[in-house]
Design a protein around this ligand. Sequence first.
Ligand SMILES: NC(=O)c1ccc[n+]([C@@H]2O[C@H](COP(=O)([O-])OP(=O)(O)OC[C@H]3O[C@@H](n4cnc5c(N)ncnc54)[C@H](OP(=O)(O)O)[C@@H]3O)[C@@H](O)[C@H]2O)c1
Length: 274
Amino acid sequence: MKGKIILITGGTSGIGKETAQGLAMLGATVVITTRDAQRGEQTKQELIQATNNTNIDVLFCDLASFDSVRDCCREFLKKYPKLHVLINNAGIVDYHRRESKDGIENMFAVNYLAPFLMTNLLLDILKKSAPARIINLTSGLHSGTIHFNNLEFKHGFSGMKVYGHSKLAIILFTRLLAENLKGTGVSVNCVNPGMSATNLSRDAGWFSAKFFKLLAKEPSIGAQTPIYLACAPEIESITGEYFEKESVKKTNTETYDMDVAKKLWNVSKKYVGL
Ligand SMILES: NC(=O)c1ccc[n+]([C@@H]2O[C@H](COP(=O)([O-])OP(=O)(O)OC[C@H]3O[C@@H](n4cnc5c(N)ncnc54)[C@H](OP(=O)(O)O)[C@@H]3O)[C@@H](O)[C@H]2O)c1
């Protein structure tokens, strides 16, 4: 991966940090984002120490703010001439309904709208850097249908349901973006990393978070398929797919419905102001 420039959102913890470490080990220039400048700098130093790769950088980005996403992309474009791999990794599970800085239900905003915006703002540089790849972290908990009349769960909020809804949205985004990017040399796939012992369940309460961590695998195992998607030569031409354990898997019927995907895309554009 020497000479490749990779941007990973949420590199300060869990799967994102392990993915950053794995790709830095392979010689890539790795840029992580953080919502806490001090922790970002600390993570950068840890990654440099663990990999002996000094080409590691950190940019500030709070995905709960569209302004912050825009600033981060602007900063990236100022500093780097190319982007070969964008990994939309950062995500959150809220067990209580919260709103982002823009006043939007937080999981819809952070897990879906922020990567939708960031990807769109970075599409030109990805195309210029082709062959390039986009990797979206989703979850096996994606399910159901897009609730166009209740996208922000102003009623009927339940943490896991809303999390699954945001992860369904990112699969639909992946499939439609793959169609739109045909012929550009930029692929886009999504990945379910599997249950990993990270900080994702921090909002679940002490007992549930402990229980989750006991059942889950090491985050380094969760990072294996994202790393594979970032560098495996044999999947260069695969696009619009959902991966688990380094293989393409089928997802529920709604994730193949391009009319739903187009409707969601149009609503999303309005949300993020594109
Ligand atoms: N762990 C699992 O079992 C599992 C299963 C399926 C899918 N996933 C997906 O894998 C991805 C990585 O999650 P993880 O398990 O590694 O969880 P994690 O340890 O909590 O890491 C999440 C990362 O996202 C960042 N983040 C959260 N909210 C943010 C915001 N508003 N702005 C900027 N960054 C933000 C976190 O930053 P801080 O360090 O500042 O909190 C952290 O770096 C997520 O998309 C998650 O949905 C995880």
